[in-house]
Design a protein around this ligand. Sequence first.
Ligand SMILES: NC(=O)c1ccc[n+]([C@@H]2O[C@H](COP(=O)([O-])OP(=O)(O)OC[C@H]3O[C@@H](n4cnc5c(N)ncnc54)[C@H](O)[C@@H]3O)[C@@H](O)[C@H]2O)c1
Length: 375
Amino acid sequence: MTLKYSCMFCPLTFSFYIPLQASPGPKKIVGVFYKANEYAEMNPNFLGCAENALGIREWLESKGHEYIVTPDKDGPDSELEKHIPDLHVLISTPFHPAYVTAERIKKAKNLQLLLTAGIGSDHVDLKAAAAAGLTVAEVTGSNTVSVAEDELMRILILVRNFLPGHHQVINGDWNVAGIAYRAYDLEGKTVGTVGAGRIGRLLLQRLKPFNCNLLYHDRLKMDPELESQIGAKFEEDLDKMLSKCDIVVINTPLTEKTKGMFDKEKIAKLKKGVLIVNNARGAIMDTQAVVDACNSGHIAGYSGDVWYPQPAPKDHPWRYMPNQAMTPHISGTTIDAQLRYAAGTKDMLDRYFKGEDFPAENYIVKDGELAPQYR
Ligand SMILES: NC(=O)c1ccc[n+]([C@@H]2O[C@H](COP(=O)([O-])OP(=O)(O)OC[C@H]3O[C@@H](n4cnc5c(N)ncnc54)[C@H](O)[C@@H]3O)[C@@H](O)[C@H]2O)c1
């Protein structure tokens, strides 16, 4: 929180920075997580589900705070909606996002802090949160490895035309030709990432031993030493990069600039037969434009774990388009990632109670400003 002080004897204005601190007394903390049912007890480290609630219940309650956890997040009759007027902190994950709209922010008179257990806080109306003086923070870096590994897997699944072969096995079929006519090696292909932040860079590093031609487009060019170590070439002009790529991976946040970025016109710039991996956010793509391009064959394969909205409705057209290798939102919620984002969330709550700053890279909204990657 920044306070401004004007001195009556001189024309200067002084700014004082005061870290966010919980006011004295018990706080109402609400967590929104996916429900695990019979899976909840199958692994003691399965912390990311509603039942295990990041493993912080005992700790919070021992400090006198109230901790409400629910998977019921959407609509005016949801459990979350009931708690909006008096909660102080809302924790959510991108896997089962609590959509925090401007209307909800308006109703949330006690709300101070929105924590994302994971990476990607686009489920919050960030401008409305900034205008309301809220702090939004996420556990930056907590699932970078998890997502980059998953993207590498999806690239290989698409390039090798893996899924039809797997389906043949389940269906009792055997038809090598039906797979082999469009199965390729990854070696020698041109792979471009749109966004080369933490995940995009790690993906490029993981791809290096496959001997691909690596390209990246980002708002920022990497420093030359890192660029040559990673072995990727910067492409300032996105459209030019897209026309060169056999495989495009999306790794930007969902922002006002990236929302619907891959519309009909952008998809037309892609090579015919391109493969796309998108674990960033579903809404970066124009849903119908992706369906049309998969139907026409312009996109020869599309894989990712992100949809809009989430959970994806039964009639979401991506479930039914050809050559897709989609899953529910899973890449960033491996058990290893859960342990990291549960620990990171607990650390930020602890700092909030003590009035200490969070790690600088965790802030998405602070003092009315959005983090640079969201502007
Ligand atoms: N599927 C999952 O489970 C999962 C998990 C983690 C993150 N994600 C998504 O991946 C995104 C990226 O994560 P990260 O940790 O790499 O974030 P990051 O902030 O480290 O990197 C994001 C990069 O995108 C670039 N960028 C932003 N806007 C851009 C634009 N308009 N054009 C070009 N580049 C732009 C930034 O400059 C930055 O380098 C997250 O915001 C989230 O949406 C998904």
